[in-house]
Write a protein that binds this ligand. Sequence first.
Ligand code: GUN
Ligand code: ZN
Length: 442
Amino acid sequence: MRPTEVVYRARAFDTPDDSGFRYDDDLGLAVSSEGVITARGAFASVSADHPDATVIDLRSGILLPGLVDTHVHFPQVRVIGALGMPLLEWLERCALPEEQRLADAGYAAAIAGEFVASLIAAGTTTSLVFGSHFAPAVDALFTEASRFGLRVTSGLVVSDRMLPEPLLTTPERAHSEALDLASRWHGKDRARYAVTPRFSLSASDPILEACAAVMADVEGAFFTSHVNENPAEVATVAGQFPDRSGYVDTYDHHGLLGVRSVLAHNVHPQDSELAVLAHRRTAIAHCPSSNSALGSGLFRLREHAAAGVPVALGSDVGAGTGFSLFKEGLQAYFVQRLLGDDGLALTPAHLLHLATAAGAAALGLSDVIGTFDVGKEFDAICLRPPAGTALDIGLRHAGSPDEALGKVFALASDADVADVWVGGTQIASGGFLRALSPLRRG
Ligand code: GUN
Ligand code: ZN
């Protein structure tokens, strides 16, 4: 038996599949000193099997797997909340001016600190992060994430047209800077590299080809970008790529789509594109608050599910209106309601699955995180709403676990995320962050 140091005693939900949740009101989870779950069962039996373990009683809160954000922009933490514009105007007026400021390494380090603290505060332990156009800023992100042991997959954002000049690069530079970053970060602790053209609108065929070369050079690298987000964007891309069958094909043509690819949005897909995504096993990051804030449209979850396209959740900060995946889950639910008969009726269990296990699957981490199964690492959050808040009252009076989980998605926010663990190590407690290593100022 592996050495076991801790048995967590908790009221816990998780979702091994998307058909329902598993709930235990007196669960025991034994976690080894390496942070791996070694036993799961009724607390009485797990604690009897581990008589020397320290018991940590979390039953005053609710334990959930760490949340997984499959699409969030590191340079945009300060531009959240700019409402009233469609995608291309928002990019020009809000996002891109801010992203140019990350050319300054000191500014980028400050943003990295704010961004990582915001992820942890929201209970997000794993994320696929849209990086910066500037390599030193991407280093700053990975450095800050590694101080907390967060699971971050990210990379250099590349573009060679249609953006302000300081954000542009060349295929040659995109290739060499990506390899350089990947050599420092890919596979280091929990970091992984993601090849990241911003979107086909700002990426010509030669730079997409350079992206494919990086994918070939970096074993196990991820690919991420945007697709079919907004009608004006889709029409522009169609004009730029007359020889492609659609937006998805602009990436697929270069062999960029596969099981380690995640595309954000896909609000306006063609049916044939859904078939390609399903065939490639490429996941879609559904970002409902962003889609509503930018007026991008209502996401056709039913069609994605019917076609067999994997879907997970993304906050899409800063077009999205915050880091909380509880809010994204609720917004995903709202959108399906608004679609009427065309919507997919989402239950609280579906929302938890989208925010945890589905994200883990999209990021190739199903064997490592996403549920509290034996053999997985203990990535977890404990919700403990302040006394007297609507969530506190609601949870105390919930008539069933299903009702309680519904209240979590309706009402939970960052303020309710009391404790956060990654790989068995607690990195936030009572709202305070605990880094694994000190901040170094260069
Ligand atoms: N498409 C290209 N860049 C972006 C971005 O920063 N946010 C969103 N939502 N869509 C994009
Ligand atoms: Zn985005």
